[in-house]
Design a protein around this ligand. Structure first.
Ligand code: PEP
Ligand code: MN
Length: 301
């Protein structure tokens, strides 16, 4: 029986030709497009580790954590100035002021910044500060936003919708690519499954890493913080993600010195734990079939 709107993995070359491995033979069977963000290379030999607060709350908190992330040896700083919250009554992020704080944090530490943009009207404003724009899980299906970030020349971190199939996720990447921007890094952040919410926040779908790698040449990283929602699970989940071939990690960090975070405190790890993860990530070379994508330099967009 054929059903309207149904897509299958085999349709990827047809529905997502721009990001499909099969349609772009220059990447071969295991080649990865290296996405460079201010000197940090996603999809290269070394996994990339991004650390930082869930939300930019204050100058002291974000700049202080940026220094902790730098000391831990991580490659980039994360932090949301605009936060997608379940309740409109909760803290929504510090907006423009948050962007200014992120810019100071970069100045002080030299760490490139990835931060989320939720509103197509604010893409230009956020892109002025961000080295990489994050499209969050809730906005993966926001095609207007995807086209808007695609029109910038900024690298994009595209999170997987929490209930999105791999086809839908690659379709979202195709929207960005269609605007001429192929600097896209996929980020698995956990999906809804029947046990999600019982003992962890979502179900961390590590199986999608090798699957995505066979279908696309885009780099893929993992966010073990939102996937698990439990700080004690973040370290082992990070190692597991690297073991499954992840090109990097996006991790939420907090320190007692800066007070209880306004959001997602239960999944945050401290600088010392981040340092252990960085050491694990940076001292290993990718060696399995899944973990040795050949870096292929194919002209910037
Ligand atoms: C985040 O990384 O700040 C975030 C809100 O994550 P997600 O979109 O995956 O829920
Ligand atoms: Mn968070």
């Amino acid at each position: 029986m054929r059903i309207a709107g149904q897509v299958h993995i085999d349709d990827i070359p047809k529905i997502c030709p721009l990001v499909s491995r099969a349609v772009n033979p220059q990447y071969g069977e295991i080649g990865t497009r290296v996405v460079e963000v201010a000197g940090v290379r996603f999809g290269g030999e070394r996994p990339v580790v991004i650390g930082g607060p869930c939300a930019v709350e204050s100058h002291a908190q974000t700049v202080g954590l940026a220094h902790a992330v730098k000391r831990a040896g991580a490659d980039m700083l994360r932090g949301g100035a605009y936060k997608p919250r379940t309740s409109p009554h909760d803290f929504q992020g510090s907006g423009l002021e948050g962007l200014c704080i992120l810019s100071v944090a970069r100045q002080e530490t030299g760490l490139p910044i990835v931060t989320e943009v939720m509103d197509p009207r604010l893409v230009g404003e956020v892109a002025q500060v961000a080295d990489m724009l994050q499209v969050g899980s809730r906005n993966m299906h926001n095609y207007t936003l995807l086209a808007e970030v695609g029109r910038t020349r900024k690298p994009i971190l595209l999170k997987r919708g929490m209930s999105a199939s791999l086809c839908e996720w690659l379709g979202a990447a195709e929207y960005i690519a269609k605007q001429g921007n192929l600097d896209i890094v996929l980020c698995e952040r956990g999906i809804r499954g029947f046990p999600s919410g019982e003992y962890s926040r979502y179900v961390l779908d590590l199986n999608v890493i090798p699957a995505a790698k066979t279908l696309t040449f885009l780099p893929i990283i993992v966010d073990p913080s939102h996937a698990t929602g439990v700080s004690a699970m973040v370290e082992p989940a990070s190692r597991a993600a690297l073991e499954m071939g992840s090109h990097g990690l996006l991790i939420e960090v907090a320190e007692a010195a800066f007070g209880e975070p306004k959001c997602d405190g239960l999944q945050a790890i401290d600088g010392a734990a981040l340092g252990r993860i960085v050491k694990f990530a940076h001292t290993r070379r990718q060696h399995s079939e899944f973990r040795s994508p050949k870096a292929v330099e194919v002209g910037a967009n």
